[in-house]
Ligand binder design. Structure first.
Ligand code: ZN
Length: 245
C-alpha cells in the first residue's frame, strides 16, 4: 500500500531524498507539469474540452481533421496549441538541475510545449512531438513555432510550397518509433520512476510505465491515477511545489 502525502513541503523533502539516492531516475510527465506555466490542461474540467469551438478539440486535433479541414485545423492550432509566452516552472527547473547533478537520466513527456528544454533539460523524449518542430511534407524543410504562428491560413513551405505540418502526434497517428524505443529504454534502466502531472489515461504513452523494472515508483499528481496502486509514495499535491527542493 502506497504512502500518501498531501502536504507539498513534506512531498518536496521526500522527493529530494529519493532523487539524492538515484543515479538514473526517469521523470514521466503529463499536462499537469505545464499547467503551472499557464498551459491549459487538455482533459481537466476547465480545460480545452469544455471550451466552445465548432468541433470538439479531440476531433480538431485528429489526423483525419488535419487532412479534411486543414485551414480550420490551423486556426485552432494557432489559437489554442501554441503558447509561446509560457515559461518553465519550478518542476521544469528542478528536473533540469537534477539531470546536471547526475541524478536524472531522462524526462519522458506527453507535453508538446518544449518547456523542459527551455529549462535546460537535455535528455527529453517527447512522446507526442513538439510545437517547435514543423516540417514541410514535400521537401522536409523545418520551421519554428513562431513561423507557424505568424503564417496565415494553411502554412506553405517558403522553398517549395508544400504543406507544413507540426511535428505533433495527432489523434489517429502513431507515436514516433525512435522516441518510443528511447523512452522504453530509459524507463527500463531507471532506478527511480517519478510519474508527475498525468492522469495516465492516454495510451500507448501511459503503458510505458509498465516497462519500469526498478524498485521505487513515486506519483506526484493532485488526483488519483492508475499507477497509485503500484507506487511506493503518492504525493497528492501541486507538482511545482513538490519540486521546490
Ligand atoms: Zn518544402
Amino acid at each position: 500500500m502506497a504512502c500518501t502525502i498531501t502536504d507539498s513541503q513534506e512531498a518536496a523533502s521526500e522527493l529530494a531524498k529519493r532523487f539524492d539516492r538515484a543515479r538514473r531516475a526517469v521523470f514521466f510527465g503529463g499536462a499537469g507539469v505545464s499547467t503551472a506555466s499557464g498551459i491549459p490542461d487538455f482533459r481537466s474540467a476547465d480545460g480545452l474540452y469544455h471550451q466552445h469551438f465548432a468541433y470538439p478539440p479531440e476531433e480538431m486535433l485528429s489526423h483525419g481533421f488535419f487532412i479534411s479541414h486543414t485551414e480550420e485545423f490551423f486556426d485552432f492550432y494557432r489559437e489554442r496549441m501554441i503558447c509561446l509566452t509560457a515559461r518553465p516552472n519550478r518542476a521544469h527547473a528542478r528536473l533540469a538541475e537534477l539531470e546536471r547533478e547526475g541524478h536524472l537520466a531522462a524526462v519522458v513527456t506527453q507535453n508538446i510545449d518544449g518547456l523542459h528544454q527551455m529549462a535546460g533539460s537535455r535528455a527529453v523524449h517527447e512522446l507526442h512531438g513538439s510545437v517547435h518542430r514543423n516540417v514541410c511534407q514535400r521537401c522536409g524543410e523545418t520551421y519554428s513555432a513562431e513561423w507557424v504562428l505568424e503564417s496565415e491560413g494553411v502554412p506553405r513551405c517558403e522553398k517549395c510550397g508544400g504543406l507544413v505540418k507540426p511535428d505533433v502526434v495527432l489523434y489517429g497517428e502513431s507515436l514516433d518509433e525512435r522516441v518510443l524505443i528511447a523512452s522504453v529504454q530509459a524507463i527500463a534502466q531507471a532506478d527511480l520512476l517519478v510519474i508527475g502531472g498525468t492522469s495516465l489515461v492516454v495510451y500507448p504513452a501511459a503503458g510505458l510505465v509498465d516497462y519500469f523494472g526498478g524498485s521505487e515508483v513515486v506519483v506526484v499528481n493532485r488526483d488519483p491515477t492508475p499507477a497509485d496502486s503500484r507506487a511506493d509514495l503518492v504525493c497528492a499535491c501541486d507538482i511545482a511545489a513538490a519540486f521546490d527542493f
